[in-house]
Write a protein that binds this ligand. Structure first.
Ligand code: PLP
Length: 497
């Protein structure tokens, strides 16, 4: 059955999956949502034993119904290949009786690789299907992680170029090195003198620059976005929830039909929304435990029914969760409003205007499967240390937030349901915070010394993503003022005017 997509703010215009991927965001500012969430075609026990790639096909074909089998399998096979450092793509580690689903074995050792390694292929396939002949130019502002994951995904993909702007003094040395050493001619990385907000504002201005748009069209190019609200990033994330259930079943860790809980370290709400979609497809998921750090807007929302971004922004050791507006939550709000676009649009307008909104009792009643929790910096560091001391397993700070929230959940509810904690980053990505949590004595070491030490104490190889940048030459040494971003883009694209 065909799945069409429409905006969370206006049900009128329906588009195909490939059109939704090309557009990214709807013109009215809403997010594209499927007109229904498809059910799995076969009972989940029939998926037990299948590879990650096979399950990806079984899930994605149900959402991306205008892609042919060949197209979709081509995208999947190009994405989930030797870029990952393990054949199984998403391995599961058991520690303290819970299962850690490791989504950090891709090119940039964080979970964004799960979606960003396939998005470029979905996008060029979508462009071909819709007779878009222009070259697709991805334009992104990054505070660190997304930029590298997008660069790694789009590097060398024919028919695309990617431009990443980052705040020159606003990312970690490792993050900067990861980006400026990016190979392939279709990539362009520029440091901006300014903070992340300046950079992001600059990129938004470029997206809305009609003169630039005309010049690009004349040169056979168009902008697109690899932003996390793109349905082409959400759908690939549903896959690993189906996969983990099938795998636990295959290994006899759970019985057929047995419910599992999932704990997701959350920022923009994309990952946990994918778990919610998997549950709606028929995967027996009990509780969806939404873990926040000290930026606990979502925790407050689940406890009170009121979303309020008017608060201090806290910089934490889990920076990818330092977010006050969780964009993907809009898809859940739309859903619990009974797919009511007017109601959702009203709440989102209130969010823009006043920074907060409150949902009705009736809407709250539909959130019973969600549980919000949070962990502060001390609890997070304590969790990294305790886990290491108890089991030798090393958690990154994002995963540690989830693990700490899970402990609080169990203490509070005594729920003994088997649980999967989503591990979203390798500890090697946040080595300094991880090693400091384990023992203060490491603080004097350099970043690469810390990586070697972590390898020793954790008995894990230094990932290729870190080894590669140790000696890699800097390829991108471009720096510009925020007023020069347009000129930089035109220079890279070869547009003269
Ligand atoms: C992006 C990110 C998250 C948050 O995921 P959302 O889908 O935005 O909720 C958590 N952990 C890490 C390591 C990330 O990079």
């Amino acid at each position: 059955m065909e799945v069409l997509y429409s905006s969370t703010r206006n049900a009128e215009n329906k588009v195909t999956a490939s059109q939704a991927i090309l557009k990214g965001l709807s013109e009215d500012g809403g997010l594209f949502v499927p007109d229904h969430i498809p059910e799995l075609e076969c009972p989940v026990h029939e998926l037990a034993g299948k590879s990650y790639q096979d399950i990806a096909y079984e899930v994605m074909k149900l959402f991306l119904t205008d892609f042919t089998e060949d197209e979709l399998k081509g995208c999947i096979n190009r994405a989930y290949d030797s870029k990952f450092d393990t054949d199984v793509i998403a391995p599961i580690t058991q520690a303290e009786g819970t299962y850690y689903l490791e989504l950090f074995h891709g090119a940039t050792i964080a979970f964004k690789d799960m979606a960003l390694s396939i998005l470029p292929h979905l996008m060029i396939t979508a462009a071909k299907k819709n007779h878009v002949e222009n070259e697709i130019v991805i334009l992104t502002a990054t505070s660190g992680d997304t930029g590298k994951a997008a660069l790694a995904g789009f590097a060398g993909v024919e028919g695309t170029k990617i431009i990443v702007f980052y705040p020159k003094n606003g990312v970690s040395p490792i993050q900067e090195k990861q980006m400026v050493t990016q190979k392939e001619d279709n990539t362009f990385v520029v440091g901006v003198h300014g903070n992340f907000d300046d950079t992001q504002t600059g990129v938004k201005t470029l997206f809305n620059d009609r003169e630039l748009e005309q010049e690009m069209t004349a040169a056979g190019m168009q902008f697109s976005s690899a932003n996390s609200i793109n349905i082409g990033r959400l759908v690939p994330q549903v896959v690993y929830y189906v996969y983990v259930y099938a795998k636990l079943l295959e290994e006899g860790k759970i019985a057929d039909g047995e419910k599992i809980n999932v704990v997701v370290p959350t920022g923009n709400f994309g990952n946990i929304l994918a778990a919610f979609y998997a549950k709606n497809m028929g995967i027996p998921i009990g509780k969806l435990i939404c873990a926040s750090n000290e930026n606990k807007v979502l925790y407050d929302f689940f406890v009170t029914g009121k979303y309020d971004r008017n608060r201090e922004f806290v910089l934490t050791s889990s920076p990818s969760m330092d977010i006050l507006i969780s964009s993907n939550l809009e898809r859940l709000i739309y859903r619990i409003a009974g797919n009511d676009t007017a109601k959702n649009a009203e709440l989102m307008a209130a969010l823009t205007k006043t920074g907060c909104y409150e949902i009705s009792e009736q809407m709250r009643a539909q959130l019973a499967d969600f549980y919000g929790g949070y962990a502060d910096e001390e609890e997070t560091a304590g969790r990294i240390r305790d886990m290491y001391e108890n089991t030798g397993y090393v958690l990154d700070p994002h995963t540690a937030v989830a693990s700490a929230v899970y402990q609080k959940y169990v203490t509070e509810t005594k729920d003994e349901t088997k649980t999967v904690i989503v591990a979203t980053a390798s500890p090697f990505k946040f080595t300094r915070n991880v090693m400091n949590a384990i023992d203060g004595k490491y603080d004097a070491m350099s970043d690469f010394e810390l990586a070697d030490e972590l390898s020793k104490i954790g008995n894990i190889d230094v990932p290729r993503a870190i080894e590669e940048i140790r000696t890699a030459p800097v390829i991108h040494d471009n720096v510009c003022d925020k007023t020069e971003m347009k000129a930089a883009v035109k220079r890279f694209l070869g547009i003269v005017s």
